[in-house]
Design a protein around this ligand. Structure first.
Ligand code: SAH
Length: 210
């Protein structure tokens, strides 16, 4: 399979759905999504679908990754916390964009497997942690950006670990079908701007580890 051509095709699909941030599109071109999913699904790697990655979890749909990453406004050198490492794909996207990436996963087997994969693929500069991401990662706070890749309620602990001027992007369950994407900008310690975008689907954000 010519993965490079398939990736270029994926970039076109995502652009047709409204993504135009060149930083995001360039990262989509670079990250080899097939390497983050089980070989049995390689045929699906560059289609715009979520794919199972084991432990009942999924790698998000490429459009969703692109949309969230565009909302996150990532420039080189920004310090980003990702809650929900999963396959490591989103973390690799952020790393390709020059971010300093901290990522945390609550399922030990996924944490272990993905930490090794990221090393093997040359993303050893991504810092991977095992723990409950609803508690954030206070050791390295504050973060310029926080991205949550599982859906739940908005976590005040995470907002507290966001730098002033920082941006948090998280899917939130608000009683409607699926999840609403929230972008929160921390204007001052107490003032936030929130924007909402409807119609996303996510695995749940779960407290505690296993
Ligand atoms: N960003 C991932 C998406 C994986 S799905 C990727 O690119 O593949 C979401 C992940 O969030 C799952 O692996 C799930 O186990 C994890 N998760 C759910 N609740 C969590 C929590 N409280 N802390 C850390 N990770 C969590």
């Amino acid at each position: 399979m010519d993965f490079e051509t398939l990736r270029e095709n994926l970039v076109s699909i995502v652009m047709s759905k409204g993504i135009n941030d060149q930083r995001v599109l360039e990262a989509l071109r670079k990250v080899e999504r097939h390497k983050f999913i089980p070989r049995a699904y390689w045929d699906e790697a560059y289609k715009d679908y979520p794919v199972p990655i084991g432990e009942g979890q999924t790698i998000s749909q490429p459009y969703t990754v692109a949309f969230m990453t565009e909302l996150l406004d990532v420039n080189p050198g920004v310090k980003v916390l990702e809650v929900g490492t999963g396959s490591g794909y989103q973390a690799a996207m952020l790393s390709e964009m020059g971010a300093e990436v901290y990522t945390i996963e609550r399922i030990y087997s996924l944490y272990e497997k993905t930490k090794k994969l990221l090393q093997d693929l040359g993303y050893g500069n991504i810092k991977v942690f095992y723990g409950d991401g609803t508690q954030g990662l206070s050791e390295y706070a504050p973060y310029d950006r926080i991205i949550v890749t599982a859906s739940g309620s908005l976590q005040q602990t995470l907002i507290d670990q966001l730098a002033v001027g920082g941006i948090l992007v998280a899917p939130v369950d608000d009683g409607s079908w699926g999840s609403t994407m929230v972008r929160l900008t921390k204007v001052t310690d107490k003032d936030y701007i929130t924007e909402r975008y409807g119609g996303f689907s996510f695995v749940p954000l779960v407290k505690g580890t296993r």
